[in-house]
Design a protein around this ligand. Structure first.
Ligand SMILES: NC(=O)c1ccc[n+]([C@@H]2O[C@H](COP(=O)([O-])OP(=O)(O)OC[C@H]3O[C@@H](n4cnc5c(N)ncnc54)[C@H](O)[C@@H]3O)[C@@H](O)[C@H]2O)c1
Length: 343
């Protein structure tokens, strides 16, 4: 007998929540029952466009309604601690957008709150769910490249990200926390946990508060050395925004993910280039289609794990290691020293 749909409530109906809302709306075993935003016009508009029955201006009221089986928090980071506490106190499983919070201590507090309450938590870390990243991981696991020694995970753009996300210009901790968190998570996903890192950061664009360019070198337990590059200050043409690129080298071969979803695998003396373009949904909008596919994939992953009672990939315990890297990178950039991740 098929199980009844899971009822989700989404908190925050801004720029990125559009992708969450569309993905929930297109899952037959999930009902988007409620939406919430401090700005009631935004909540009302989301409810009308995505078919939610209930509209709230207060997260507390939504969580007290007894209508939601789990909550999806798509607000910006300063609200996350309070919203997670509200959900955990009511034992409501919770998804939280990245970045978890502005400081390391608050990130750890969110993870601890859910752990102490025994409430499932997933950090919405969608980048590792991108099709090319999943394919790269499969190729590594197949041993086609032999033992992996070196990797680069890069996201470099000069795109005006401030147009849709003006708040980013005012963050003390900027590109490492906003974008680096995705790239560091991908590096962990592909090469395993890191034991040491070194970071240099730069603030390039006039008038912004934090760093918009960072280069991070990681030593992984697996023996891999990786370089994570994040830049919102790269005047490059053509600009690959919003695609990431990869280069991975092993004892028997290498792979390269180039812009336009071209994945070239060099192995056994041959090079084969695969098209890893995203699947288009009826609601996909280029150039966001890759991101949208990854949002759908991580939300599917959550539903399947929640129903099966299994831990998600980007659980609190797992994400803690990613946030240790993020804030370790800030320490390294500030001190000019490498930082051990094992101490
Ligand atoms: N995973 C990705 O690829 C990706 C991409 C872009 C943004 N994001 C993340 O998504 C999050 C949201 O970013 P955005 O650009 O959509 O922000 P936004 O400002 O456009 O939207 C946030 C919304 O949350 C609402 N809100 C804030 N506090 C609230 C509260 N306590 N209760 C109810 N509503 C509240 C605001 O009114 C606003 O409408 C950020 O954490 C950002 O880093 C992720």
């Amino acid at each position: 007998m098929s199980k009844p749909p899971l009822r989700v409530g989404v908190i925050g109906c801004g720029f990125f929540a559009e992708n969450h809302l569309a993905a929930w709306q297109h899952m037959p075993d999930v009902t988007l029952i409620a939406v919430c935003d401090l700005d009631s016009a935004k909540a009302q508009s989301a409810a009308e466009r995505y078919g939610a029955k209930l509209v709230f201006a207060s997260a507390r009221d939504m969580l007290d309604s007894g209508e939601v089986a789990f909550v999806d928090i798509a607000t910006t980071m300063r609200s996350h601690v309070e919203l997670v506490e509200l959900a955990a106190a009511r034992r409501i499983p919770v998804i939280v957008q990245k970045p978890l919070a502005p400081t390391h201590a608050e990130c750890l507090a969110i993870i601890e709150t859910c752990k102490a309450a025994g409430v499932p938590l997933m950090v919405h870390e969608n980048t590792r769910f991108l099709k090319p990243v999943r394919r790269a991981q499969e190729i590594i696991a197949s041993n086609a490249l032999g033992k992996i020694n070196w990797g680069r995970v890069a996201f470099r753009t000069g795109h005006n990200i401030y147009g849709k996300q003006p708040y980013l210009a005012h963050e003390d901790h900027f590109v490492i926390l906003d974008l680096g968190v995705h790239m560091l998570d991908v590096a962990r996903y592909l090469f395993g946990d890191a034991t040491r890192l070194y970071c240099q950061s730069q603030s390039v664009k006039p008038g912004i508060r934090g760093e918009d360019l960072a280069t991070i070198m990681l030593q992984h337990e697996s023996g891999v050395t990786s370089v994570v590059e994040c830049s919102y200050a790269s005047p490059i043409d053509p600009d690959p925004f919003p695609e990431l690129t990869l280069q991975i080298e092993g004892t028997q071969g290498s792979l390269r993910l180039d812009p336009n979803y071209r994945l070239s695998v060099h192995s056994g003396g041959q090079t084969v280039t695969h098209d890893v373009s995203p699947t288009m949904f009826p609601w996909s909008t280029v150039p966001w289609h890759g991101t949208q596919e990854s949002v759908f994939a991580i939300q599917r992953h959550w539903v399947e794990c929640l129903r099966a009672g299994k831990p998600v990939e980007t659980s609190g315990a797992d994400s803690r290691k990613t946030y240790d890297l993020v804030f370790g990178a800030y320490t390294s950039a500030r001190t000019g020293q490498s930082v051990s991740m094992t101490s």
